[in-house]
Every structure is written in structure tokens, then in C-alpha cells.
Design a protein around this ligand. Structure first.
Ligand code: GLU
Length: 279
């Protein structure tokens, strides 16, 4: 009997905290091209977990901007805000597997962001006890951190950057999977969704390379197979400054209002990505 190959699947995963800009166009056009070249499915997932920062207005604008750019998809939009039960089931599985601990450490006790913008390594002396997890029926009220395997190097092959190695407690520390305010964290939701939606290749910005190592550990703990990874260089201006930091005048809708065509915007995006020092 011939077993059909598993259908490949990519995804577009905007977080609706603002309007999409040139940097998004750069990454999403690569994701779109890679999916279409191989005939894989492409799903649109709106990462709107944080009710404080995400707005439906931005989600609707992202959908409209992607359509205007001609970056179409086959499944979704899927809204993470509607999938809490799935994340809760994953939290329970991780809790029962001894991977998590409740953490009452306040933000003030944690070193502030490193200069390059990466999350600081959570100090090991602030680590909690995984056995304390047993007393919790639900995740509310405290932060939940994933206890990383001390000193383990997580290696993966990135489709763009090649061999990547990130070492636990050196490059990243225990990370939050569920926030004290009741919101599931990015690192958990992405892994649950990529597995549940059958995503076989993740295409996203190079600022998430360290997150990939965290997510590989979460996949392992949940018993799901990690997808393939393709990280795009971050879009920068001609002076090499990251566009994500200064988007005035560079949102897709502003460019559209200024008379640019979808093709103009995609060309600008490709050239902003090509300037990147990470290219
Ligand atoms: N939602 C994230 C963003 O807009 C991307 C996350 C991902 O692709 O895993 O930056």
C-alpha cells in the first residue's frame, strides 16, 4: 500500500499589536513563496493572545493588507484567543510531566533586557521547584516557567542560517509558558498550534532564533515533532537600522495610501531584507 506523504504546511502568524509594515511584508512574502513553490498549504494564524496589546482592528487590517499584497492562504484565519482550551491541556501535560514550576519572582528581581534586545537569561538562583506544580489545578495567579535542561545545547538546522546551536542557561534560561495575568505565553501557544495545525515549516524573523531552541524543548516535552525552520534576516533601512523599531511611514497601508502598488511594496521589502547584516 502506498502511504500518502504528509501534506506540507506553512503559516503566516502576525501579532495584531499594530499595522503590518515593510518588515512583515519581507518575511511573509518569503513564507508565501516557499509554501507556493512546494505546493504546501499555508495557514493564517492571528496571534492575539494578549488582550492588553492586541486589537481586533489590527487583526482585520493585517488580513486586508495581506490580501492587498496578494499573499493568499488556504486555511484560517485562526485566532489564538479562541484556542485557550488547547493551551490549557498542554499546560496540564507539562505540569504533570514535571517540566514546569510556579514562579512568584517579580519582574523587578529579573535583570532587564540585554542591550541587543534578547530576553535576559533567567537567573538560576531564582528557579522554583517543579514538585510545587502538583498543588495547582489551574495556572492562574503565578507565572509558570519551563525548567530548561542545564547546559544542554539545542542544535537545529535552519534553512537560511544553517547550523544553529543555543545552550540552555547560557543563551536562554527558564522561560515563561503561562503568565500570571492568565495569558498563555507565546512559546507555549506557538508550539501547540504548530503541532495541532500540522505546520511542517516555520518561516519567521531571525529575532526568533533563540525562541526556536526553547520551542524545540517544548515540542520534546509534549511529544510532538518540531517543524523545519527558516529564519529571515530582519529588514533594515539603508543605514542598517532595524525597521521594526521605526515604522512611521512604512506601514503597508501608509505606502498604499501614498500610491505604491503591491509590487512596489514587495520590492521595497525584499531590498530592506537584502540590506540586513544578518543576510
Ligand atoms: N507572531 C509573531 C510575530 O508577529 C511571529 C511568531 C512566529 O512566527 O512564531 O512576530
Amino acid at each position: 500500500m502506498v502511504v500518502p506523504a504528509k501534506m506540507e504546511c506553512g503559516r503566516l502568524a502576525p501579532t495584531p499589536t499594530g499595522f503590518l509594515h515593510i518588515g512583515h511584508a519581507a518575511t511573509f512574502s518569503v513564507a508565501h513563496r516557499r509554501a507556493r513553490e512546494r505546493g504546501s498549504r499555508l495557514v493564517l494564524r492571528i496571534e492575539d493572545l494578549d488582550p492588553q496589546r492586541c486589537k481586533n482592528e489590527f487583526a482585520q487590517a493585517a488580513i486586508e493588507d495581506l490580501q492587498w499584497l496578494g499573499l493568499d492562504w488556504d486555511g484560517g484565519p485562526v485566532f489564538q484567543s479562541a484556542r485557550r482550551e488547547l493551551y490549557l491541556a498542554a499546560w496540564k501535560k507539562l505540569r504533570d510531566g514535571g517540566w514546569l514550576y510556579p514562579s512568584t519572582v517579580s519582574r523587578r528581581e529579573i535583570p532587564s533586557l540585554a542591550p541587543h534586545g534578547e530576553e535576559p537569561v533567567f537567573p538560576i538562583e531564582l528557579r522554583g521547584e517543579t514538585r510545587e506544580a502538583a498543588g495547582f489545578e489551574n495556572p492562574e495567579g503565578v507565572n509558570w516557567r519551563f525548567r530548561v535542561p542545564d547546559g544542554e545545547t539545542v542544535s537545529f538546522t535552519d534553512g537560511n542560517f544553517g547550523a544553529v546551536r543555543k545552550t540552555a542557561l547560557v543563551d536562554f534560561g527558564d522561560f515563561v509558558v503561562w503568565n500570571r495575568d492568565g495569558v498563555p505565553a507565546y512559546e507555549l501557544a506557538v508550539v501547540v498550534d504548530d503541532a495541532a495545525m500540522g505546520v511542517t515549516e516555520v518561516v519567521r524573523g531571525a529575532d526568533l532564533l533563540t525562541s526556536t531552541a526553547r520551542q524545540i524543548l517544548v515540542h520534546r516535552a509534549l511529544g510532538s515533532a518540531p517543524p523545519a525552520w527558516f529564519h529571515c534576516p530582519l529588514a533594515v533601512d539603508a543605514q542598517g537600522r532595524r525597521l521594526a523599531k521605526r515604522t512611521a511611514g512604512l506601514s503597508i497601508r501608509e505606502l498604499r495610501a501614498a500610491g505604491k502598488s503591491p509590487r512596489d511594496v514587495l520590492e521595497m521589502a525584499a531590498s530592506a531584507a537584502a540590506h540586513s547584516s544578518l543576510a
